[in-house]
Write a protein that binds this ligand. Structure first.
Ligand code: BG6
Length: 510
């Protein structure tokens, strides 16, 4: 668990959590391990119950058992202790029950209602219900509609009803707007928690602390001092078993309007008036709103797509995307995307933000790299000191979480020689490495009613608005040369040209 929580936070208030998609992968891989971590940190209330809903046949017991292996795996790889704490696991499972049901059938919601009332009476959850939609996106609007019709979403007796919506939130701008319209016809905005798991990462949350809790950096954080910004979310994994999903999604939809734009917004936003949910989200929406929406003719100059061919990752041969399970051998879907963004406001005019994300790249690395302008005058030009290296600020999101500053320093000795040095802060050195799924903070915040780390309707739509012309242009023009980068490489050569044209170069993904 994050340390600030473990060291100071109180348990959340009474509630009952309903997981739609209880037999699915997300529940096993992330939600239940996160609940286990919250229970270990004593941040769940004793008046707590979990009700899983799904189509699969399960008894309470075998549902609980089906979850234990993944939690054990998570705990084992988390490194702190090698086995699940049985006392905590039993505390959690004694509160878990399962309901088989079809999300399309109104009868499911009637059964859910009686089960909830039963659990509530037993556990004292205060009538507060948290509905988690860990289901395929085609069911989001349906489930919300039924929650409305069955009055399960109704907050009329002083209790709260909140709904967590997973990604993908829409497939493009029109579908995202339609989904917002559909769920807002049932729920108030304050009841909706659109989750983006990047915001559960400590390093992402820290961007705001770094910028706004320190007096040092903000005066440098402008077009006067910053030359350009590079945001990289590079993965070594391929599409794994998600070929079917990915064939309809691609890297742009999967990563950019959500995760990568969160990083852009955190980097580019103005200081909010307060740390309140609406103040923060308003500034983030403003930052993405200021990104220039290009016209179709400009897409080829500001966007590059790629697809991996066969190659090597960590010395082992890996297959091309087109050879992955459930992927068409002629697939035109992109597994890599790079964009040049222009943020049209006073702070950022003329400072390009280059973003890139891709699968099967040389290394796993998510980082915000900020390149500062050179010193105004080359004082050492008549000495043996070569041109000074540029100053970079590197915010490492994952792995090796930390922040580094690169600058030049005099190499000791009688002559004036300049060396490149780096000041490096690592989270692990200061705070240790706590195993967390990233969902702990987010789940706790929903229980506490704190929406700061969740996406509002306007945040979502602002992101889709920026990528829509690229989606349209790519949808109408098939890529000529896929696959165009080898697995284990830096990505397609054209992505290098995107920066070269402006006199810049990507930092290596190493
Ligand atoms: C998910 C995407 O939202 O984020 C995946 O669907 C991607 O394709 C993943 O791999 C990356 O998240 P993380 O936390 O592993 O960096």
């Amino acid at each position: 668990m994050p340390h600030d929580r473990a060291s100071g936070a109180k348990p959340a208030g009474p509630c009952c959590m309903v997981i739609f998609g209880a037999a699915g992968d997300l529940t096993k891989r992330l939600i239940v391990p996160a609940l286990y971590n919250l229970a270990c940190a004593k941040l769940l209330p004793s008046e707590f119950a979990i009700l899983g809903v799904d189509l699969a046949d399960h008894t309470d017991q075998d549902w609980q058992q089906s979850l234990e292996a993944m939690t054990a795996d998570f705990v084992h790889h988390g490194g702190q202790s090698s086995t699940v704490n049985q006392g905590v696991w039993q505390w959690l499972t004694s509160r878990m029950s399962y309901l088989k049901g079809d999300f399309n059938n109104p009868a499911t919601y009637e059964s859910l209602k009686s089960k909830l009332e039963e659990r509530d009476a037993k556990q004292g959850c205060g009538g507060n219900y948290l509905f988690y939609l860990a289901i395929a996106d085609r069911f989001f609007a349906t489930v919300v509609k039924h929650l409305g019709e069955s009055r399960l979403a109704c907050e009329d007796d002083g209790h709260w009803r909140r709904v967590v919506v997973e990604k993908p939130f829409g497939h493009d701008l029109p579908s995202a707007k339609e989904l917002n319209r559909a769920i807002l016809s049932v729920l108030r905005e304050e009841q909706i928690y659109r989750i983006d798991h990047f915001l559960g990462k400590e390093t992402v949350q820290n961007i705001m602390m770094f910028r706004f809790a320190n007096g040092l950096f903000e005066p440098l954080w402008t077009r006067d001092r910053i030359e350009h910004v590079q945001i990289t979310v590079a993965e070594t994994v391929g599409v794994e078993a998600r070929g079917r999903f990915y064939e309809h999604t691609g890297a742009l939809r999967d990563m950019v309007p959500n995760h990568v734009f969160q990083l852009v917004a955190m980097t580019a936003m103005e200081a909010p008036n307060s740390f309140g949910a609406d103040a923060v989200r308003a500034e983030k929406a403003k930052a993405i709103d200021a990104v220039k929406v290009c016209n179709p003719a400009e897409v080829d100059c500001m966007a590059v797509r790629g697809q991996y061919g066969a190659g090597e990752i960590a010395g082992k041969p890996v297959a091309a995307y087109r050879q992955e399970p459930d992927v068409s051998p002629q697939s035109q879907v992109e597994t890599y995307v790079a964009l040049k963004l222009q943020i049209q406001n006073w702070r950022w005019a003329g400072v390009p933000f280059y973003i890139r994300t891709g699968k099967r790249l040389a290394s796993r690395k998510s980082q915000i790299a900020i390149k500062f302008k050179e010193a105004p005058y080359r004082l050492f030009r008549d000495t043996p000191a070569r041109d000074p290296a540029p100053n970079w600020l590197l915010i490492r999101i994952q792995p090796d979480e930390g922040i580094a500053l690169e600058f030049g320093a005099k190499i000791p000795g009688p002559t004036m020689r300049l060396g490149d040095v780096r000041m490096d802060f690592k989270y692990e050195d200061y705070f240790g490495a706590a195993p967390a799924t990233g969902y702990e903070t987010l789940l706790y915040d929903v229980m506490q009613g704190d929406a700061t780390l969740f996406q509002r309707a306007d945040n979502i739509e602002a992101g889709w608005r920026v990528v829509q012309p690229v989606l349209d242009h790519w949808g109408q023009n098939a890529p000529a040369n896929f696959p165009n980068y080898a697995a284990g490489s830096q990505g397609p050569a054209k992505a290098d040209d995107l920066l070269k044209r402006d006199g810049h170069a990507w930092r290596l993904v190493d």
